[in-house]
Design a protein around this ligand. Structure first.
Ligand SMILES: C[S@@+](CC[C@H](N)C(=O)[O-])C[C@H]1O[C@@H](n2cnc3c(N)ncnc32)[C@H](O)[C@@H]1O
Ligand code: SF4
Length: 373
């Protein structure tokens, strides 16, 4: 008998006390509806098919660390009554440093959280003020230390391509992060094609921001420090010590089934992709009416599935199998042409039946990937 399929579950908790200057994620600061929305999310979870096996669970946001432990408990009870959670499941909660207190750590541990993804973003107070974060560098260092001491596996989010952050400052910051001891680090270049206040500033005062070349140098410098310290650069933005890759996110990049619950949560399985309603009140009303709170649902063709596989696989150091990439290239001459250019420039390479991008290839991957759609 084939092994029964295993699933990941993503739960979105769309609440933040305040919207940071760089953020375009779905979240609201109206906490008065938090209890109702979390309870609706628990109800949505309970409507999933029974006893499927969860190997990863990810509570993302928004700011899941803002949600009171009693409410989180309802979510975890809904999950336990609906699914079979593997004893060694990876259970991640996104937390903002200012919410990491001894009481919160103890409550999260009791619920079964194994991994904290901490939104550190920077270890420089002037940069943190520009990002309009509610923590300072001291609080961020303390949060990493106390989460590790409490036995969590810790991932640190950092942002690059920001004003006031030279390449040298990035190197120093990444060295400091390594010294704090997290098992996983995510490094994101500021995206300014989204609707947020820093994007407006970047359009009005571009001279404040590092140019593309300087941003690329910062990214490469961060990667050098992390890989030099023993981290594996396994995805464009992600670095892990051996055994600590983000298993949940890997499921998305490898097209493994991912269930989803909560406002604006996205899921996928086989050729189906779907997303929930983004408005918390509309979401809660749909759940109360007994409906599935869907905003959209897509069924991909074989061709679209293969193109998605190439796009996602090329984000990973392990790459994508060459046969799939070649089949896609045969159907898409523009992709075939750019792939040839990438191979001849050394931005992509072929070996052991796989196609992989180099680190410099990752930096310019949009040139190649846009030919897929
Ligand atoms: C789901 S978000 C936020 C999680 C959590 N609420 C927090 O603030 O840390 C995950 C990460 O995406 C990154 N991010 C958010 N907005 C970004 C942007 N405009 N450009 C690049 N990275 C961004 C940040 O590093 C953030 O920690
Ligand atoms: S970065 Fe995090 S805390 Fe800030 S607004 Fe976005 S989701 Fe909320």
């Amino acid at each position: 008998m084939p092994p029964s399929p295993r699933y990941g579950l993503y739960v979105h908790l769309p609440f933040c006390l305040y919207r940071c200057s760089y953020c375009a994620f779905v979240s609201t600061s109206d906490l008065t509806v938090a209890a109702e929305v979390v309870e609706a999310t628990a109800t949505e979870i309970c409507r999933h098919r029974r006893r499927r096996v969860l190997t990863t669970l990810y509570l993302g946001g928004g700011t899941p660390s803002l949600i009171a432990p009693e409410l989180l408990e309802k979510l975890f009870a809904a999950i336990a009554s609906t699914f079979t959670v593997e004893p060694a499941a990876e259970v991640t909660l996104e937390a903002n440093p200012e919410d990491v207190t001894p009481a919160a750590l103890a409550a999260w541990r009791k619920l079964g959280v194994t991994r904290l993804s901490l939104g550190v973003q920077a270890l420089n107070d002037s940069v943190l003020r520009l990002l309009e974060r509610r923590h300072d560098a001291r609080r961020a260092r303390a949060a990493v230390g106390s989460a590790l001491a409490a036995g969590f596996s810790v991932s640190v989010d950092l942002m690059l391509a920001l004003p006031r952050l030279s390449r040298e400052a990035v190197e120093e910051e990444v060295r400091e992060v390594v010294a704090l001891g997290p098992q996983h680090v995510s490094v994101y270049l500021l995206e300014v094609d989204k609707p947020h206040r820093l994007a407006v500033l970047a359009r009005e005062r571009p001279e404040l921001f590092p140019g593309e070349d300087e941003a690329a140098r910062s990214y490469l410098a961060a990667a050098r420090v992390l890989t030099g310290a023993g981290f594996f650069h396994y995805e464009v933005s992600n670095f892990a010590r051996p055994g600590f890759r983000a298993r949940h996110n890997l499921r998305t990049w490898r097209q493994r089934p991912l269930l989803a619950a909560g406002v604006a949560a996205h899921g996928h399985g086989g050729c189906v992709r779907w997303g929930n309603l983004e408005d918390p009140a509309a979401y809660a009303r749909a759940v109360a009416r007994g409906e599935r709170p869907l905003a959209w649902r897509l069924v991909l063709s074989e061709d679209e599935l293969e193109r998605e596989k190439v796009m996602l696989g090329l984000r990973l150091a392990e790459g994508v199998d060459w046969a799939t990439a070649r089949a896609v290239a045969r159907r898409l001459p523009a992709f075939a042409q750019r792939l040839d250019d990438f191979l001849s420039l050394g931005l992509a390479r072929r070996g052991n039946g796989r196609l992989r991008l180099s680190r410099r290839g990752w930096l310019v991957s949009s040139e190649l990937l846009q030919a897929l759609w």
